[in-house]
Every structure is written in C-alpha cells, then in structure tokens.
Design a protein around this ligand. Structure first.
Ligand code: SF4
Length: 505
C-alpha cells in the first residue's frame, strides 16, 4: 500500500505538491488502540454507515449504556470525493464513502471548533466492523488509518469488532472498549427495530395519500423509540406505539405498482443516499414499491457462514479434527444461540409493530436453492445470497424486477455473482433482472438503465392487476392492509384483490 506522504519526486511536476526533498519511504500501518476507562469521560465514539434511521437508533441505544456514541451524518458525494482524495487507488466505493465521511466530519469539526488535530485524535475515536476479507473488506480498517493520516489526523483510533463474531468477540487488547455481550445485545436490538420500521416504511410510503405523511410518522416513531432506549422503557410497548402512529397514515393500496427487490452488495444495496444514487427513493418516485434488504439478512448470513465453516471441520480426517473439535462444538452452540436470539427479538418487535407477514431470511433454505449454481465454499461479499434472492424471487413470484446493486468492480458481486446470474437468467428467461454498478456509471446512465427495466416491471404489475376483477364494495380496512403472503401475486395491489376474492381478506 502506498501513501502520497512518503514519495520522493522523480520529476519537477511533484514540486508543487510539496514532496520535494522528502525521503521515499514505505507507508506502514501503525495501530493506535489506546483507550482506557479513564478516557471514557472525555471520548466521543463515532460510528455510522447503516440506514439513516438505524444510525440514529443505534446512537440512542448505545448512549443509554453510558458512553458517548455519535452517529456520523449520511455519506454524500463530498464524502466520496474526500475518500478518493485521501484513499488508495482501486478501493471499493463503500470504503471511499465511509472513510471520506469520517475525514469530512473531522475536518468540519476542526473548522467549527478550532480544535487542533492532536486534540481531535485524543478526544475522538471511530468504531467499525472489521473482517479478514476475503475481498477488499479485509483492507477497510487500514484504509481508514491511511486516509486519516494523510488528512492530518495521524494516530486517530479506529476500533473494530469482527463482523462475523458478533456478541462472541475474541478477547483482545480492546477490552477497555465496551464490546461486552450487553453492548452487542443492545446494538442488535436497535438494528432489528430499525429493520422493522424500515420494512414497514417501504411497504407504506409508495401508497400514502398525502405526500410526506409516512416520513412524518416515521419521525414520530423515531422519537418514541429514542425515548424508550434512553429511558430504558419497554421496547415492545414502544413498537406497539409506533404501530398506532403508522396506522394513521392514510393509504391507497389498490394502485398497481411494480414491486422491485433491491439486493446486491451489502452496503450499496442498503445505504439510502448518494452511495447508491438514492436508489430506493428514485424507484418510489418512479411509481415502484421496494423490497429492501434488512441488515438482519447480513447478520443471519454471518451466522450461517460460521456454522457452515464449523460443519466443514466434521469432514476432516480424524487426526486433523481432534485439536479443533472442542472449539467447533462451542462455535456451533454459540451460533445456534445467536440465531435464536435474533429470531426471538425480531418476531417480538415485528408483531408489536404490525409487521406480520415478514419471513426472517432462512439462509439454509436459500443456500439449498442456490447451491447448484453458486459453490457454497466461495465466501466474500454476500456469498450465495444474491443468486438465491433472484431464484427465490422467480420461484416464489416475489417481485416484478430484481435489481442487484454493487460498487464498480466489486469482486464477489460483479465478478462472481453476476457471472452466475447470467446462467440463472438463461434458465429462467421470464426473470426481469438488472445488475447495476454505482460508481462505474454516471448518475444519468444509472437512472436510465433502472427506468428501462422498470418499464417492463410496471407493465407486468398492471397486467397482473387488470386480469383480476375488482369487487364493488371494498372494505375501508383494505386500504391499510399490509399482508403479503408468498407464492401468489407479486404486486401488493393484485395480492389484495386476490386475498379479498379467495379468503374475503
Ligand atoms: S463485497 Fe465488494 S464492495 Fe464490499 S468490500 Fe468486498 S469487493 Fe468491496
């Protein structure tokens, strides 16, 4: 990895950049993890990178544990430019957006408060998920340190927890950080609650009668939930109060809208902003309803990956297996526990909030669906999930269009999954599938490709709806009805009509 700060000029063109006379040295990642309990009082812990609502909810939840967690603002194009300016070449754009977002935040902080770089380094640190790849994800934390050094914040602390170990982090020298089981349980609760409110929002907003009423209701839910976290109130009750708020949004559910499953690389598919050209909002403005990918889906995949890796140990020869047998049993038991906990919390909160029909992703079933196409041993990115999502959409008639969104040159998504998707679409020619990159294409090209695929999806939604008979007297409650069982109609409006005709709703 190179850094501009240590390059000796080979010609005069570098003079203006201020490199003249500097010794060429190889940049080395120096790791500063010092954070003691005494630092706690004066340290602000920064984090970010989830959906807008989840960042805010996680902030409230973690602050309730007595530490000063602050969520960064949603990354925008300025963050991306800063990430490019201070990062290495050839990184993925989630790195540029998130690293640049931190640089931007610290630079603004310095401008607004007049704090020196040393003071900022002393008083702030950043927490993120880490991992060992196998794609460029393994380099993210080093990228943060490199960019921050070049931006003038040498020694800034980047703390990490392993994304695939969750609550069961290996013991390390970061024990002074509060990565305790309580930290993870609180974190997971806030992420799951954010997922549920987001899923409901995407079901409701396309059908709202008064523009903006869903966003106003979600803002009210955020206040209720923040208060519940901060005051340590009952979260189930808070979700029930959110349900009452969301139910007040007036809807017109009998509009045939194209249903679009948005999946792909985790960050590119999940973010709600410039990182994917505001894809979800764009689709809604074009008359579509989105099926977003909740963060829980990634969580369940990580658990499945750990279980799968443990399962592979059982295939080893007895001699090789002996030494790892115990830890293997332990991993399996822990993952079982983690899965049960996620399912229990999610079901409890979802029911309270009125999200009745959502099925928690069953990664084992999805792996069975995709394994004839995607080798399950191939890790990285979303693994077999992208292929599985397309297959489940086609086989269970879940959507009129599947968009797989990914950063330019994403190794697992563009290079592996999309290669396999060609085979899937050749076996299922009816599949309306669009793979789209977020930085290799300009915004105009991006939107026009989405519009072209959406045109076909809208036609399919309309045909599906028009083929059904509309009953004369539709009960009022139908308009706010959110139930959407699998296996019938892809469109929400067509499903409603079918439900009325076959089950009286
Ligand atoms: S999954 Fe793709 S975008 Fe994400 S870190 Fe890996 S290569 Fe980069």
């Amino acid at each position: 990895m190179s850094s501009c700060s240590g390059i000796k000029p080979h010609d005069d063109s570098n003079t203006s950049l201020g490199y003249l006379g500097r010794e060429a040295t190889q940049w080395r990642d120096t790791i500063n993890k010092s954070y003691t309990r005494a630092d706690k009082k004066d340290t602000t812990i920064l984090f970010g990178g989830m959906t807008i609502l989840q960042d805010k909810l996680v902030m409230a939840a973690l602050q309730s544990l007595g530490e000063n967690y602050v969520a960064l603002p949603n990354p925008d194009f300025e963050s991306f430019r800063k990430g490019k300016a201070f990062g290495n070449r050839g990184q993925c754009n989630p790195t540029y957006f998130t690293v640049g977002n931190l640089v931007k935040y610290l630079q603004n902080l310095q401008k607004e408060t007049g704090m020196s770089s040393e003071e900022i380094v002393r008083k702030y640190l950043y927490v993120t998920a880490g991992g060992c790849g196998p794609c460029r994800f393994g380099m993210y934390i080093t990228e943060y340190r490199k960019a921050l050094k070049d931006a003038g914040f040498e020694g800034f602390r980047i703390m990490s927890f392993q994304h695939n170990e969750g609550i069961f982090q290996a013991e390390n020298d970061e024990e002074s950080m509060n990565f305790s089981p309580k930290f993870f349980i609180t974190l997971i609760k806030s992420v799951l609650i954010g997922d549920i409110i987001n899923l409901l929002t995407y079901k409701i907003r396309p059908y709202e009668v008064e523009k903006g009423s869903t966003d106003t209701a979600v803002e009210e839910c955020y206040e209720i939930l923040t208060d519940a976290f901060m005051q340590k109130k009952n979260l189930v009750l808070a979700m029930w109060r959110c349900r009452k708020v969301l139910e007040k949004v007036e809807l017109d559910r009998l509009q045939p809208k194209a249903k679009v499953m948005v999946m792909g690389e985790f960050w590119a598919a999940m973010t709600e902003g410039d990182g994917n050209y505001n894809l979800h909002r764009f689709l809604e403005s074009e008359g579509a309803e989105c099926i977003p990918q909740p963060i829980m889906s990634r969580l369940m995949l990580s658990i499945w990956e750990a279980e799968y890796a443990a399962g592979k140990v059982e295939d080893l020869e007895d001699k090789e297996r002996e030494s790892i047998d115990f830890s293997n049993v332990k991993i399996k038991a822990m993952m079982k526990l983690a899965k049960a906990a996620v399912k229990t919390y999610f079901t409890m909160y979802a029911k309270a909030a009125g999200l009745h029909d959502y099925e928690i992703p069953n990664i084992e079933e999805l792996s069975k669906l995709s394994k004839i196409y995607y080798p399950l041993d191939a890790e990285g990115g979303e693994g077999h999930l992208e292929v599985a999502h397309l297959l489940e959409s086609v086989k269970h008639n879940l959507s009129h269009l599947v968009i797989s969104v990914k950063p330019f040159g994403c190794m697992p998504s563009s290079a592996v999954s999309d290669g396999i998707q060609s085979l899937v679409t050749s076996h299922y020619p009816s599949a309306n599938f669009l793979s789209i990159e977020t930085s290799g294409e300009g915004a105009a090209n991006f939107y026009s490709r989405v519009q072209m695929a959406l045109f076909k999806a809208k036609q399919a939604a309309k045909e599906e709806f028009d083929a059904l008979e509309t009953p004369e007297n539709i009960p009022n409650k139908v308009h706010n009805y959110l139930y959407q069982p699998k296996g019938e109609m892809a469109g929400s409006a067509a499903q409603l009509l079918t439900s009325i005709q076959t089950r009286g709703l």
